[in-house]
Write a new protein. Structure first.
Length: 92
Protein backbone atom coordinates (compact mmCIF):
# COMPACT_ATOMS: atom_id res chain seq x y z
CA UNK A 1 0.00 0.00 0.00
CA UNK A 2 1.48 3.32 -1.05
CA UNK A 3 1.87 6.14 1.43
CA UNK A 4 0.30 9.42 0.44
CA UNK A 5 2.76 12.28 0.88
CA UNK A 6 1.50 14.90 3.32
CA UNK A 7 3.08 18.08 4.53
CA UNK A 8 4.56 18.35 8.01
CA UNK A 9 1.85 20.86 9.04
CA UNK A 10 -0.89 18.30 8.25
CA UNK A 11 0.81 15.63 10.35
CA UNK A 12 1.39 18.21 13.12
CA UNK A 13 -2.30 19.15 13.05
CA UNK A 14 -3.34 15.51 13.47
CA UNK A 15 -0.80 15.14 16.27
CA UNK A 16 -2.32 18.15 18.07
CA UNK A 17 -5.80 16.62 17.70
CA UNK A 18 -4.54 13.32 19.13
CA UNK A 19 -3.06 15.18 22.12
CA UNK A 20 -6.53 16.41 23.09
CA UNK A 21 -7.39 12.88 24.20
CA UNK A 22 -5.57 11.85 27.40
CA UNK A 23 -3.25 8.88 26.86
CA UNK A 24 -3.92 5.81 28.96
CA UNK A 25 -1.08 4.76 31.25
CA UNK A 26 1.60 2.89 29.30
CA UNK A 27 0.56 4.19 25.86
CA UNK A 28 2.53 6.56 23.66
CA UNK A 29 2.18 7.83 20.12
CA UNK A 30 4.54 6.10 17.70
CA UNK A 31 3.69 7.72 14.36
CA UNK A 32 1.11 9.29 12.11
CA UNK A 33 1.03 8.82 8.37
CA UNK A 34 -1.36 9.28 5.48
CA UNK A 35 -2.21 6.62 2.91
CA UNK A 36 -5.29 4.93 1.44
CA UNK A 37 -7.52 2.25 2.89
CA UNK A 38 -8.46 -1.04 1.20
CA UNK A 39 -11.06 0.72 -0.95
CA UNK A 40 -8.64 3.41 -2.12
CA UNK A 41 -10.14 6.15 0.04
CA UNK A 42 -7.81 8.57 1.88
CA UNK A 43 -6.79 7.41 5.36
CA UNK A 44 -4.87 8.67 8.36
CA UNK A 45 -2.99 5.93 10.19
CA UNK A 46 -2.28 6.63 13.85
CA UNK A 47 -0.03 4.11 15.56
CA UNK A 48 0.32 3.89 19.34
CA UNK A 49 2.70 1.76 21.39
CA UNK A 50 1.39 -0.21 24.35
CA UNK A 51 3.85 -0.94 27.15
CA UNK A 52 4.61 -4.60 27.76
CA UNK A 53 4.71 -3.87 31.49
CA UNK A 54 0.90 -3.60 31.54
CA UNK A 55 -0.79 -6.95 30.83
CA UNK A 56 -3.46 -7.05 28.12
CA UNK A 57 -6.36 -8.06 30.32
CA UNK A 58 -10.00 -7.64 29.27
CA UNK A 59 -10.27 -4.35 31.21
CA UNK A 60 -7.07 -3.10 29.57
CA UNK A 61 -8.38 -3.96 26.11
CA UNK A 62 -11.58 -2.04 26.90
CA UNK A 63 -9.52 0.99 27.96
CA UNK A 64 -7.46 0.86 24.75
CA UNK A 65 -10.57 0.37 22.62
CA UNK A 66 -12.33 3.31 24.24
CA UNK A 67 -9.24 5.48 23.83
CA UNK A 68 -8.90 4.51 20.17
CA UNK A 69 -12.56 5.33 19.55
CA UNK A 70 -12.18 8.76 21.13
CA UNK A 71 -9.07 9.52 19.06
CA UNK A 72 -10.82 8.37 15.87
CA UNK A 73 -13.87 10.52 16.68
CA UNK A 74 -11.78 13.67 17.29
CA UNK A 75 -9.61 13.21 14.21
CA UNK A 76 -12.49 12.27 11.89
CA UNK A 77 -14.49 15.30 13.00
CA UNK A 78 -11.66 17.61 11.96
CA UNK A 79 -10.03 15.79 9.05
CA UNK A 80 -12.68 16.05 6.36
CA UNK A 81 -11.94 13.58 3.58
CA UNK A 82 -9.60 11.30 5.57
CA UNK A 83 -10.76 8.47 7.84
CA UNK A 84 -8.63 7.70 10.89
CA UNK A 85 -7.43 4.16 11.56
CA UNK A 86 -6.01 3.50 15.01
CA UNK A 87 -3.46 0.74 15.63
CA UNK A 88 -1.75 -0.43 18.80
CA UNK A 89 1.62 -2.17 18.68
CA UNK A 90 3.55 -3.84 21.45
CA UNK A 91 6.61 -2.09 22.76
CA UNK A 92 9.78 -3.49 21.22
Amino acid sequence: MATVAQSVPQVALVEELVKTVPLPKGVRLRRIFFNTDSTGDPAIRIVFVNSLSIPLTKPRVRILSSFGSKVREVVNAASGEYFAYITFEEEK
